[in-house]
Design a protein around this ligand. Structure first.
Ligand SMILES: Cc1cc2nc3c(=O)[nH]c(=O)nc-3n(C[C@H](O)[C@H](O)[C@H](O)COP(=O)(O)OP(=O)(O)OC[C@H]3O[C@@H](n4cnc5c(N)ncnc54)[C@H](O)[C@@H]3O)c2cc1C
Length: 386
């Protein structure tokens, strides 16, 4: 592909999406009124198994999946609407996020029928969550250099290695681990496979890593002679690299790549009211126009996924632009908070607390799911510049 024929077309939203949006908003209102959705104190995804159960009861997990696995067979664009509304309202969706966004779709695309029947209905019911076992202490951007190994043994695989930055490993049930199963001379991307690991299995040790914001989301996961049965292998042995490439397109383009700071912006607008200084209004106006453009790009990628494409290049563009926007939003809000006299407003303290969290958390935006330098390499290659 070259830059000349790179196109991101805005899709037509299906009519049913408009009603779905209203349904999600009504649910959020109900949750707020019932006191089950307190005002957010952090940017990024919160974690609540109870909330995941309530969202599951509405049928909004695995929305696009076949009915025989508990899904609703609705479109990727309708799923987009659900995730957008939940994130914009800072609903804690972390308990099902990874399973709904990427583990389930990977099982649908590459898994066996037995795996689909075993895991998908439980994900849809909000009963089981997954984490991503890709990064290792010395393999992040250069993921193909990973050292975790699975050795073939009678009836299964024995895994040894160390995964790091594994978000929510201490709270969910399974990890899809990327491990080396064979060595193919001169082809480092070959011989890598994906295996499902039950995080309660003997030999799995999960240790916390506390973030700069003082929170425990990340973990280091040590795998020592962990046995998984043959049926834990996803897709073909040695094809893990291709499978992960497809998975990363799901991971990189969604609204979570440009909505992390949205509550902060919304909170600021509420606190400022109509009397903000002209310079603050101008800065906010610029920010919001960028937000709308990003939303259109991100919806275009959702539409490509809907059409069965694997838009790795387009997803990398959305993530690069989206995460830079999220960081810029924190900077703009901080400038406006410093310039305006907000002390009289009852919600100013909450806004400032959210801003402090956003400042501590925002470096992660351009690292998680692939750093921006790596994304730009993918973009350069994709449009024929290298
Ligand atoms: C909030 C958060 C959640 C995460 N959750 C998970 C998770 O659940 N599961 C998981 O597996 N991982 C997770 N990660 C890890 C994440 O995927 C890695 O941190 C990321 O891929 C970068 O790898 P690294 O940290 O090893 O950095 P490195 O790869 O060591 O990179 C260090 C720096 O060098 C730059 N760099 C590296 N190679 C190149 C190159 N070829 N060209 C130009 N620049 C380069 C990078 O851009 C970066 O700035 C998470 C990270 C964060 C921040």
């Amino acid at each position: 592909m070259s830059a000349a024929n790179l196109r991101l077309d805005l899709p037509d939203m299906p009519e049913a999406a408009a009603q779905l949006r209203l349904d999600v908003r009504a649910f959020i209102d109900e949750e707020r009124k019932a006191g089950r959705l307190p005002p957010p104190e952090r940017v990024g995804l919160g974690f609540s198994q109870e909330m995941t159960k309530r969202i599951a009861a509405r049928g909004w997990i695995g929305l696009t999946w076949p009915k025989k696995y508990g899904g609703q067979e609705r479109s990727a664009l309708e799923r987009y609407v659900v995730t957008e509304e939940l994130l914009a309202a800072a609903v804690p969706v972390g308990a099902h996020w990874v399973a709904d966004r990427q583990s389930g779709p990977v099982l649908l695309k590459f898994g066996t029928e037995e795996q689909r029947q075993e895991y998908l209905p439980r994900i849809v019911a909000g009963e089981c969550g997954f984490c991503i076992g890709m990064s290792e202490p010395e393999s992040g951007s250069d993921l193909a250099s990973l050292k975790s190994r699975a050795q073939k043994v009678d009836g299964g695989w024995k895994i040894n290695g160390r995964k790091i930055w594994t978000t929510n490993a201490h709270r969910v049930h399974y990890m899809i681990a990327l491990v080396r199963t064979s060595v193919v001379e001169g082809a480092r991307h070959a011989g890598i496979s994906q295996l499902i690991i039950d995080l309660q299995a003997p030999g799995v040790t999960i240790s916390p890593i506390i973030s700069m914001a003082g929170e425990h989301d990340f973990n280091e996961v040590l795998l020592e002679d962990v046995f998984v049965p043959d049926k834990a292998l996803i897709g073909q042995e040695g094809n893990g690299w291709n499978q992960v490439s497809a998975e990363l397109a799901y991971e990189r383009s969604g609204p979570e790549r440009w909505l992390s700071s949205f509550r902060l912006i919304a909170e600021l607008i509420d606190v400022l009211g109509p009397d903000a200084r002209p310079s603050s209004q101008e800065e906010l106006g610029r920010l919001l126009s960028h937000l709308l453009a990003l939303r259109q790009l991100s919806m275009s990628v959702a539409s490509m996924i809907q059409q069965g494409q694997t838009p790795n290049l387009e997803a990398a563009i959305v993530k690069d632009l989206g995460t830079k926007f999220e960081q810029e939003a924190v900077r703009v809000v901080r400038n406006i908070v410093s310039a305006e006299n907000l002390t009289a407003h009852g919600r100013a303290d909450r806004l400032k607390a959210l801003l402090i969290h956003a400042q501590q958390y925002s470096p992660a935006f351009t690292i998680r799911g692939g750093t921006n330098e790596i994304l730009r390499g993918i973009i350069a290659k994709g449009i024929g510049l290298r």
